[in-house]
Design a protein around this ligand. Structure first.
Ligand code: NAP
Length: 693
């Protein structure tokens, strides 16, 4: 459904920088991509040749070091936007080039299987163009080169893309993969406003955010006192080429829109938009059904080049006869159809997904929107299934007009990570919470995957409590390999799992989900993270500990410590809750009123006192701190809470919550991958992300 005239994307998209070994198909991809999206291609090798003559002769004359110097120099000279930069294979060998590449734009590692590289490198035409690298011949060059450079490409690149062969869909071109990875799936950016001025501003913003395959939907039903003249004023804000990418609609009340006026007037608005050059008119199927396409014919007559999108909305459910709808809707003879339905769970979303796939395979891709969070989990998958447009989204900063909509930039950010999976099938992990935007789990796990060279995506999944069950259902449909679970879902997630282990049963909460034989298995690594963090400070067996608080974290900590033979006393502002925790794990309960007299080897805060709005407070008086030797605050951020600052000033050993956070993440990583977690790297990533907040 790309507009007829492909318009270059706005400069708000970063430049595209391609790295990868020689013979990987990088230059071909750069050429094809730049041509398709109308951006400028810059080839560093061609730049060297223009200045210094053919590369084999230049290298023979001056050596590889001089060649690399020249390469760095030319890289430093590049500036501007809308560029596709094709770099030589060895550009990553100079450490200073890596930040320079990253500063230039989004860096993609174009990859090809070693056997394909070997075969290409052995071809005479290739050998004539490039001298072999020092110490290699055509048969050993590819493996040797890849071994050395793979970590460097990985360090430089934001995403990787396979060019043909293994890991890439059959017959797919690296240029197409790059286009999808960079611009995301084709979106329709929705603009709705009550005044001509606001609609015009939104329209400009949406056009500015468009990638080469995106469209902009204008909702005339939100425009007050809409007349053909006012429609003309709005459309006057864009050029002829830009109008090509508009979808104009005036959605009726009964289809979830705001248009409550006369039907004849509504069609006149759409006709006016079509006459003014709007590329697409969205016409509700129900409005056109009785006349078997009379409205479609009328609008086409008014503006012969216009295309009609026939749309059907069901905000209540997925219609039982979903699979028959495309055939029924064909009666009005539209150019495309759009079906938007409320998806309540896995089966609903899956049916829609299959339908999208089937229509795409039959050569008439449709738009299928699953509304609600179950649908949100599948939005990026719809692009894979061949949807004409993967979803509708407001441009950045503008409000959503339909339930569950994410902004365009948010969808793209999500997709870019899923893009990794598309390019090279890789497992997908994530953290489920609400909110989850500030979670430190993504940077920690990304660092761990990168450390082991494991291709995996780790995504934040913001799931509101009422959507949790549907989300878990939908997750089973995808290739999701594991999740972390955070506030407020650790307890609520249990009924949605297929099995839980003994720790989870006893604590009553899961913070990790592993995919086992297609099912979801709940685990708890909070307790082991807490125990390991403390064991780094002292030997636990035989110690006395005071736990403040009686929530989920207190349960995990008390469970872990009693397992290690620690004598635990629980105190909470609600003595009954403290008693319940103590009873569950064979600990003692102490009255909260006696807090200042509490003493022991370890003091542990499991309340949120010390973070967020309570950041300047301590959960206990100084006297309580003085009565303990080691002080552990579970709060991960700020790292030095008021409690820990007091403890440090009194010369106590302190254990920050960040350490527990890292160790619980490390345990989850080990459950998922069976590999030793790089704890220090994960901690460094968490600390850097926390500082950047
Ligand atoms: P939770 O289930 O809500 O429990 C919080 C506990 O703190 C409850 O006992 C609550 O008492 C008490 N509390 C809340 N506000 C208080 C106040 N102003 N004064 C005294 N007590 C108060 O939460 P949670 O899941 O256990 O998490 C608690 C803390 O642990 C959070 O700060 C979280 O960030 C941290 N945590 C850290 C990690 C880590 O890896 N570092 C892991 C898990 C949790 P009521 O029941 O009376 O409200």
């Amino acid at each position: 459904m790309a507009p007829r005239a492909s318009r270059p994307a706005d400069a708000s998209f970063p430049n595209i920088v391609l790295v990868g070994s020689r013979a990987s198909g990088k230059s071909r991809a750069a050429r094809r991509l730049a041509e398709a999206i109308g951006w400028t291609r810059i080839s560093i090798d061609e730049g060297i040749e223009a200045r210094c003559g053919p590369i084999p002769a230049f290298v023979a004359r001056v050596g590889w070091d001089r060649f690399r110097e020249m390469e760095s120099y030319l890289l430093g000279e590049i500036s501007g936007s809308r560029l596709v930069v094709d770099c030589g294979g060895g550009i990553v060998e100079r450490p200073a080039n890596i930040p320079a590449l990253r500063a230039l734009g989004t860096v993609y590692w174009v990859r090809a299987p070693v056997r394909v590289l070997e075969e290409r490198l052995a071809r005479p035409e290739h050998r004539a163009r490039r001298p072999p690298l020092p110490g290699t011949d055509p048969t050993t060059e590819a493996p040797a080169m890849l071994r050395r450079r793979a970590p460097l490409y990985r360090e430089a690149a934001d995403l990787d893309v396979w060019s043909g062969g293994f890991g890439s869909p059959a017959r797919s071109e690296a240029a197409d993969e790059l286009r999808r990875a960079h611009f995301g799936p084709p979106l329709a950016l929705t603009v709705a406003a009550s005044t001509v001025k606001a609609l015009g501003v939104g329209l400009r913003q949406a056009l500015g955010e468009c990638g080469p395959d995106d469209l902009v939907e204008i909702r005339l039903d939100h425009l007050e006192a809409a007349t053909p003249g006012r429609v003309g004023e709005v459309l006057a804000r864009c050029s002829e080429g830009e109008r090509e990418r508009l979808i104009v609609t005036a959605r009726r009340l009964e289809e979830g829109g705001r248009y409550a006026g006369d039907e004849e007037d509504r069609i006149a608005l759409l006709e006016a938009a079509a006459r003014l050059g709007a590329g697409w008119i969205d016409l509700e199927f129900e409005a056109d059904r009785q006349g078997r396409g009379a409205l479609t014919r009328r609008i086409r007559k008014a503006a012969p080049g216009v295309r009609i999108l026939s749309s059907l909305h069901d905000f209540e459910r997925v219609p039982p006869a979903l699979e028959d709808l495309p055939k029924q809707m064909a009666v009005t003879r539209p150019d495309r159809i759009k079906i938007a339905v409320a998806a309540a769970g896995r089966q609903d979303a899956s049916r829609l997904h299959q339908l999208i796939r089937r229509t795409a395979a039959a050569g008439s891709p449709m738009i299928g929107i699953a509304m609600g969070e179950a649908g949100s989990a599948l939005r990026t998958v719809a692009a894979d299934a061949g949807a004409a447009i993967s979803t509708y989204a407001p441009p950045a900063g503008l409000p959503a007009v339909a339930p569950g909509q994410l902004t365009a930039s948010r969808i793209r950010a999500r997709y870019r990570r899923w893009g990794r999976r598309l390019a090279a099938p890789a497992p997908v992990y994530g953290v489920i919470g609400h909110p989850v935007g500030h979670s430190l789990s993504p940077p920690m796990h990304e660092a761990a995957f990168a450390h082991h060279g494991i291709e995996a995506a780790y995504l934040p999944f913001p799931v509101p409590p009422e959507e949790l069950a549907a989300f878990l259902e939908a997750a089973r449909l995808t290739e999701a390999a594991g999740f972390n679970v955070t506030i407020p879902h650790k307890k609520a997630v249990l009924p949605g799992l297929d099995e839980v282990d003994e720790d989870v049963r006893r604590i009553g909460a899961a913070n990790t989900i592993a995919r086992v034989n297609g099912g979801l298995r709940g685990r708890n690594t909070d307790w082991s993270g807490a125990v390991r963090a403390l064991e780094e400070a002292l030997r636990l067996s035989g110690c006395r500990a005071t736990v403040i608080g009686a929530g989920g974290a207190a349960r995990a900590v008390t469970y872990g410590l009693t397992r290690r033979g620690v004598d635990v006393a629980v105190l909470a502002r609600d003595d009954r809750k403290a008693a319940a925790v103590a009873k569950a794990f064979g600990a003692t309960v102490r009255p909260f009123s006696g807090l200042d007299r509490a003493a022991g080897d370890i003091l542990i805060n499991t309340t949120p006192v010390g973070m967020g709005p309570l950041a300047d407070r301590s959960p206990v008086p100084e006297r309580t701190v003085a009565g303990h030797g080691v002080v552990f605050d579970l709060i991960p951020h700020p790292e030095r809470t008021r409690l820990l600052a007091t403890a440090a000033a009194l010369g106590k050993t302190i254990v920050p919550g960040l350490r527990m956070l890292v160790l619980q993440a490390a345990a989850a990583f080990e459950i998922w991958t069976g590999r030793a977690a790089p704890v220090d790297r994960m901690e460094e990533a968490a600390r850097m992300a926390a500082r950047a907040r």
